[in-house]
Every structure is written in structure tokens, then in C-alpha cells.
Design a protein. Structure first.
Length: 389
């Protein structure tokens, strides 16, 4: 091909989604039970939808400020102080984004130069790697496993820090493992950040989806890290609002000013009706979240107990998110082969661990945000196919 017509290196090197691949393979099984996509199993609560509809009916269909409408920034700042203990000036320290995904891409463009190193957990949400590649940086993986609850702790991180390290990404509760970092873990990471003077993104979209009395602390609330830290969050998982595409970044004034400039060049602004729905969720969605978490918790116990009773599976019980990441090495296959084998034998769709980076090999991911009845049926199919322990 003529070099002048070649696509960018980022486009050519982009990895196909292992999760979506399983989704496509499942289409040939009409009775397939799909436990792949990381999406809440609930419809968006009606009062939140109604708030967005009101915005449309009121003609709120124009451009909005790049940083987001003032009333939503006020609501987010209120939430961060009340729930996270983070002081955040809505006019200086906040920007509203198209979900956490765009927030992360925006932050990556603002912080990272070509050749810089970005430290992240392995296994991890695959879009991290895609975004790192898009800014021509290098992903450096810190391997975690079930032995310590899938935690990327400071002692694991420090050996990977070099003079090229620019950014550390922490994600607690974690996708795909459901692992969590407690307050002591976060305080040790804060010490590292200060010692080595690197940026850190705390990606917190699953913060409220926690169990067994666990409370997810925010890194930004524990120490004076304002020079280094970006807190990123989204309403997608917490309030079952994945299609609304509303997220945000809280950071220091200098970072936010530059993010706003870059945001203008990406998507300019978020639709106002979606922002109005987000305001309703923040101020009045607490009971919705409580009900959803109770449902997910019931599903969590069902899936963990069920998998641990079936030959070939060993499943750690996570404290956060709505995923389990069972070890399937007893199958004697790669994770991709195992996921396909499970699909063929049971018509249950799971995600291969390798879809979440090389350190995910030996595992599969199952999302338990589905209907309780579907999870129970999936477990019964696997028990019949592979036998009980």
C-alpha cells in the first residue's frame, strides 16, 4: 500500500475486543445466556429518565459550556464533599465528560507524552491499553491475582517505577476482578505518588457497588495530592445510566483549564438533557443505588458459591463491582479456548481473561449484573456439563 494512504499506527495497532468476539460467537446459539458485557441489568430509574425528558421538552437542545452546566458541576461538587470527603470547587476543579471513557482519554492526552510509561494493573479494563497506545505511550503492567484479593498495592507498583513513569492508574473497585483497595492500601500509594512525583488517575465508576460492609475511600481525600491526582467517575454503572454518557474529572485548576481546552477539540460539550438527568440521579438516586446493590449482592453470592461447586472453577469472592474473575486453569486450556468451550457445551457466554491483558490468562470474567434467574440457569448448565466437585 502507498505509505501516504496508510492508517495511523494507533489505528493499526488497536486490539480487537475479546469480549465483543464472544458476544458475536454467541449469536449462533438462540438460547445463549450472555454474561459478558459490563452493564447494569436494570433500566435507568424512571425519575432520572423523566428529568432528561423534561430537558428535551423544555428545548434544552443547544450547546452547553465546555466544562458542563453550572448546576451539574454544583451537584458533583456537593456529592464529592458529602460522599468522598473531597473539596472540589465547581468552577475551578471540575469538568463534565462523555462518561468515564472520554474522561480517561482526555486525561491521557493532557498528561502523557509519546514514550512515557503508564503503570496499571494487569488484568485491567482493556480500553486503558487502547488509550495508552493512542498517545504513543507504553503500558507497564503490575500483575495481580486472587492470592491477595487482586490488589495492586504500593509494594507491587514501586519496582516498576522508572524515570520514564508519568502516570499510575488505579481502579478500585476493579474491572475485571472486583478487587478493592482499602484505606491503608491507598495511603501507601499516596506516599509513592509524592515520593516519585508522578500523576495518578483514580478511576472510580464502581465506588458504590461494594459489599460486606466495605466502604470505598477516594485517594484524593486521604492526602494533599492535588498537584498530582485526577479523580474520574461516571454515573453509568452506579445509576444504570450507561447510555447517558455522563462522567466527570475533579483535579486542580491548572489541569482542568487544560482539559477544558482539549475537551473543546474532542466533543465540545455534553447534551444538556443528559446533564439534567445526572443532577436528578446525584440528588435523588440514593435509594435506587441501594436497591441495585442489594440485588447484585444476592447475585454475587449465587455466582461465587455456584462456581466453586463446579469442577474446573475456583472463584474468589470480590468485594466490589459486579464481576467475578474465576480461575479456570484446571480446564487445561487458554482462557479464550475455555470461554469458547464453555459456550459450546453450555451456551453460556463469558469473557476470556486474555481480553483484559496478558495477565488475565488463566481466568474468565463473568458479569453478575444479569437477572438472578439467568445466572441460576447458567450455573445449572455448567454443572450438568462439567460436574459437581
Amino acid at each position: 500500500m502507498d505509505k501516504s494512504l496508510q492508517l495511523s499506527t494507533a489505528a493499526q495497532n488497536a486490539l480487537p475486543s475479546g469480549v465483543r468476539r464472544m458476544f458475536e460467537l454467541a449469536k449462533k446459539y438462540p438460547n445463549a445466556i450472555n454474561l459478558t458485557l459490563g452493564e447494569p441489568g436494570f433500566a435507568t430509574p424512571k425519575h432520572i429518565v423523566d428529568a432528561g425528558v423534561r430537558g428535551l421538552l423544555e428545548g434544552k437542545t443547544k450547546y452547553t459550556p465546555n466544562a458542563g452546566i453550572k448546576s451539574l458541576r454544583d451537584a458533583i461538587a456537593w456529592k464529592l464533599k458529602k460522599e468522598n470527603g473531597i473539596e472540589c470547587d465547581p468552577d475551578e476543579n471540575l469538568i463534565v465528560t462523555a462518561g468515564a471513557t472520554q474522561a480517561l482519554m482526555l486525561a491521557m492526552v493532557a498528561l502523557v507524552n509519546p514514550g512515557d510509561e503508564v503503570i496499571l494493573q494487569g488484568p485491567n479494563w482493556p480500553d486503558y491499553r487502547g488509550q495508552i497506545d493512542m498517545v504513543n505511550a507504553k503500558a507497564v503492567y503490575v500483575k495481580v491475582d486472587e492470592k491477595n484479593g487482586f490488589k495492586m498495592t504500593a509494594d507491587k507498583i514501586e519496582p516498576y517505577i522508572t524515570d520514564r513513569t508519568k502516570l499510575i492508574i488505579i481502579n478500585s473497585p476493579s474491572n475485571p476482578t472486583g478487587g478493592v483497595l482499602d484505606e491503608d492500601d491507598l495511603r501507601e500509594i499516596a506516599k509513592l505518588v509524592k515520593k516519585y512525583k508522578v500523576f495518578v488517575i483514580s478511576d472510580e465508576p464502581y465506588e458504590k457497588l461494594v459489599y460486606d460492609g466495605f466502604y470505598q475511600k477516594s485517594l484524593a481525600a486521604l492526602d494533599d495530592l492535588s498537584e498530582y491526582i485526577l479523580t474520574i467517575n461516571s454515573l453509568s454503572k452506579t445509576f444504570a445510566m450507561t447510555g447517558f454518557r455522563v462522567g466527570y474529572i475533579c483535579a486542580n485548576r491548572n489541569i482542568i483549564q487544560n482539559l477544558v481546552k482539549l475537551h473543546e477539540n474532542m466533543i465540545a460539550s455534553i447534551p444538556e438533557p443528559m446533564q439534567m438527568a445526572a443532577i436528578e440521579a446525584i440528588y435523588h438516586g440514593e435509594n435506587d443505588v441501594k436497591e441495585m446493590v442489594e440485588y447484585y449482592d444476592r447475585n454475587r453470592h449465587l455466582i461465587v458459591d455456584g462456581l466453586n461447586s463446579i469442577k474446573g472453577f475456583s472463584c474468589y469472592c470480590p468485594k466490589g463491582a459486579f464481576y467475578v474473575f474465576p480461575n479456570i486453569t484446571e480446564f487445561g486450556m487458554t482462557s479464550a479456548e475455555a470461554a469458547e468451550y464453555i459456550l459450546e457445551k453450555t451456551h453460556v457466554v463469558t469473557s476470556p481473561g486474555s481480553a483484559f491483558g496478558p495477565d488475565g490468562e488463566g481466568y474468565i470474567r463473568i458479569c453478575y449484573a444479569s437477572r438472578y434467574e439467568d445466572i441460576a440457569e447458567a450455573l445449572e448448565r455448567m454443572r450438568k456439563a462439567f460436574g459437581s466437585k
